[in-house]
Design a protein around this ligand. Structure first.
Ligand code: ADP
Ligand code: MG
Length: 225
């Protein structure tokens, strides 16, 4: 039981009118502590669907998802919320930062929600943002940051509560190639430094090769590359 995530036989179908699309058809996936896994697959292959299931954000699937040893299907809403808050961090394609708060405050808030002491939360926010090259941007609001800087703040926020697993859905998908490379490198360095595991959806094979392991979604199943 040492995996951070163990997925078995995960299936998910969407029905619209008369048509049923079988997006996931029996996905198995294990991620070890500290392991960074790239999830490849073309647009529409089900990457986001898989991340939402593992992130306990969506029900409606069959199969087993164990996170940090806990079987998700046996938890009620409250239990899933707790597990999500305690074990998981999220980075999306769009940063979803709170516009009226500074970079530092955006990283402090999730820690306060989890009961951290304000001084400690602020200290941790500064350490993370400094590690991501944002020491001079702590007091900037999202609108005062570039796209790459906004994504770095989102990365710091995802790691704020020391998650065992970071789920990232095309985290650099909105950025130009050079910025995307730099943000991804900073993301990988920080995740490695923190000892977190990560599952990172991308359709960029070049970026995927920088991770520890690559899996590809094809016809609703995962293949190791
Ligand atoms: P990816 O992230 O790899 O681009 P998605 O997981 O977003 O793929 O989508 C996979 C397939 O599932 C697509 O065909 C999409 O249209 C379908 N799909 C995703 N979410 C829904 C939904 N809520 N209702 C109906 N179909 C959906
Ligand atoms: Mg997607």
């Amino acid at each position: 039981m040492s995996e951070v995530v163990a997925v078995r036989g995960l299936t998910r179908a969407f029905t619209q009118g008369q048509r049923t699309i079988h997006v996931l058809r029996g996905v198995d996936l294990d991620i070890a502590p500290g392991e960074i896994v790239a999830l490849l697959g073309p647009s529409g292959s089900g990457k986001s669907t898989l991340l939402q299931a593992v992130g306990l954000l969506e029900g409606g699937f069959d199969g087993s998802i164990r996170i940090a040893g806990e079987e998700a299907s046996r938890l009620d809403d409250e239990g899933r919320t707790r597990l999500r808050r305690d074990a998981l961090g999220f980075v999306y394609q769009f940063h979803h930062l709170l516009p009226d708060f500074t970079a530092e405050e955006n990283v402090v808030l999730p820690q306060l929600i989890r009961g951290a002491e304000p001084g400690a939360a602020s200290g941790r926010a500064r350490i993370l943002l400094t590690a991501l090259g944002l020491a001079e941007r702590l007091d900037h609001r999202p609108a005062q940051l570039s796209g790459g800087e906004q994504q770095r703040v989102a990365v710091a926020r995802a790691l704020a509560n020391r998650p065992a697993l970071v789920l990232a859905d095309e985290p650099t998908g909105n950025l130009d190639e050079a910025t995307s490379d730099r943000v991804l490198a900073a993301f990988l360095d920080l995740v490695r430094g923190e000892g977190a595991a990560a599952l990172v959806a991308t359709h960029n094979e070049r970026l995927a090769r920088r991770m520890d392991r690559v899996v590809r979604l094809h016809d609703g199943q995962l293949a190791e590359l």
